[in-house]
Design a protein around this ligand. Structure first.
Ligand code: BES
Ligand code: MN
Ligand code: ZN
Length: 507
């Protein structure tokens, strides 16, 4: 269960003639008056002749555009590649457009062994964005095809050309890029695994495997323990499946921690809908319903790998939602961890049931902040589409997550938590029903989760935010930028950046 990720990096500022490679990639921006050749180590005469032929070549500089030309005599590369970086906003090229352009190029150049990337860099963070984009774009799921012939091997070696090659801050920045990319790619692989291979017990095993060698403690609670301790949400959702549920606690304790962070992730290894079964088409992508748990797991591993001074505990709420003679029925009542009762009116609204248990368990340890991540609602996809996640919760946490997402290049957007939605979740027989107002259903689900956030010692509700990643966790369409088909690894980069910001603010 390992992603193909034996990509290696080095950064040079040497004469390009001396670097023999399969391809040299330069950037083309989409300027207001047509394509613009971005700064590169090519000679002025080479750039001039290239400029004269750009339009005839059909080059526009659009994102994901890739044009291959014979290598130039003043470089040691067999092929010159023109990679589109998209619209130029002023003269500065953003880190995210560098990440996407290099990710797209490395993805499309699969089959070549050694690629030199020569995009403009004036800051170390831009060099690391290029490295991150390349590591993300080079991702391939080690698929189950029996005939791998049609498949091109991912690029193995990437050389980044930059005048900052000798910058003392570079090594740490590149290490960060590779730790973060590894975490994102591992999240993708967990999501891509078919549910016949990745079910609650094997997901828990994978968490243990991935944590090996890191200062991270993984505790697996099996169905006997969950039953005994009263995890009625996770047990209820899992009771229709022949594969019993798990709650996995993943802990990283830092030296001199400046904060305690709890993460809770939805880990439905397959969501059939249960007795409220989904129509066939709606079920096709439902192996992705554990993407939140995979993201929070890999966030802890990345934070530990980087040695950041924040304690982070992830709670993976793992179950398979299946219909059967033992499954929960619409109108059954579950007693969640901590004692609240919930009437299940729709067994397909199962995410909020497993998350409720996880949020109560996380609250009991009184962390400074709780952030949960879940592929929670189809309404999220309706509201914000396939690429933008919704974020709801306390203003401070929401704002901090938005800022972290902006820096990391992930798209998230704040949505409200209207109080008036709460009565729609009232039940005549239990504390709450698991479904309420359908319109704005992403917010209804978040209002349900909010009820399970505990209080701190002073009686104040623990600061909390909820990320609904139903759309962006899984790419059903074609690959773009550094984003492959299927699992995307959504939320890992935002969460790591959030932790870094917590550290920076404490200094
Ligand atoms: N896992 C789904 C949400 C989902 C939909 C994730 C599409 C990714 C893509 C969730 O468990 C679900 O089925 N939600 C229901 C809730 C409804 C019954 C209130 C939904 O959104 O239809
Ligand atoms: Mn569901
Ligand atoms: Zn679900």
């Amino acid at each position: 269960m390992t992603a193909t990720e034996n990509i290696t990096f080095n950064v040079i500022s040497a004469d390009l003639k001396k670097v023999s490679a399969d391809a040299l990639v330069i950037g083309i921006g989409k300027g207001t008056d047509g394509p613009v050749i971005l700064d590169s180590p090519l000679s002025a005469s080479a750039v001039n002749s290239l400029k004269a032929s750009l339009t005839a070549l059909g080059v526009t500089g659009a994102a994901d555009e890739l044009v291959r030309l014979p290598g130039l005599p003043d470089t040691g590369a067999k092929v010159l590649v023109l990679a589109g970086v998209g619209k130029l906003s002023g003269t500065e090229i953003t880190e995210e457009s560098l990440r996407r352009a290099t990710g797209s190029a490395i993805r499309q150049l699969a089959g070549l062994a050694h690629v030199v990337l020569a995009l403009p860099t004036t800051a170390v963070t831009q060099v690391s964005a290029i490295a991150e984009g390349a590591a993300l774009g080079g991702y391939q799921y080690a698929s189950l095809h029996t005939n791998p012939n049609g498949r091109k091997a991912p690029v193995q070696k990437v050389t980044i050309y930059s005048a900052l090659a000798k910058d003392p801050a570079l090594a740490a920045a590149l290490l960060r890029a590779s730790v973060v990319a590894r975490a994102v790619n591992a999240t993708r692989t967990l999501v891509n695994e078919p549910p016949s291979r990745l079910y609650p017990a094997t997901f828990a095993d994978a968490a243990k495997d991935l944590a090996k060698g890191l200062p991270v403690k993984v505790t697996v609670m099996d169905e006997k323990r969950l039953l005994k301790d009263g995890y009625g949400g996770i047990m209820g959702v899992g009771q229709g499946s022949s594969r019993p549920p798990r709650l996995v606690k993943v802990e990283y304790k830092a030296d001199k921690a400046v904060a305690d962070l709890a993460l809770v992730g939805k880990g439905i290894t397959f969501d059939s809908g249960g007795i409220s079964i989904k129509p066939g088409a709606g079920m096709i992508t439902m192996k992705c319903d554990m993407a939140g748990a995979a993201a929070v797991l890999n966030t802890v591993l990345a934070v530990a790998g980087l040695g950041l001074p924040v304690n982070v505990t992830a709670w993976l709420c793992i179950a398979e939602n299946m219909p059967s003679g033992t499954a929960i029925r619409p109108s059954d009542v579950l007693t969640m961890f901590g004692g609240k009762t919930v009437e299940v009116l729709n067994t397909d609204a199962e995410g909020r049931l497993v998350m409720a248990d996880g949020l109560v368990a996380a609250s009991a340890e009184q962390p400074d902040v709780i952030i949960d991540v879940a592929t929670l609602t189809g309404a999220q996809v309706m509201a914000l589409g396939h690429r933008t996640a919704g974020v709801m919760g306390d203003d401070g946490v929401v704002a901090a997550l938005k800022a972290a997402a902006d820096r990391s290049g992930e798209l998230i957007w704040p949505m409200p938590l209207p109080e008036e939605l709460r009565p729609s979740l009232d039940s005549p027989v239990a504390d709450m029903a698991n479904i309420g107002e359908r319109m704005g259903g992403m917010m209804t689900a978040a209002v349900f989760l909010q009820e399970f956030i505990g209080k701190d010692d002073d009686g104040e509700t623990i600061p909390w935010a909820h990320l609904d990643i139903a759309g962006p966790a899984f790419n059903e369409g074609s690959p773009y930028g550094y984003t492959p088909k299927q699992g995307t690894g959504m939320a890992v980069r935002t969460l790591v950046a959030y932790v870094e910001d917590v550290v920076a603010r404490s200094r």
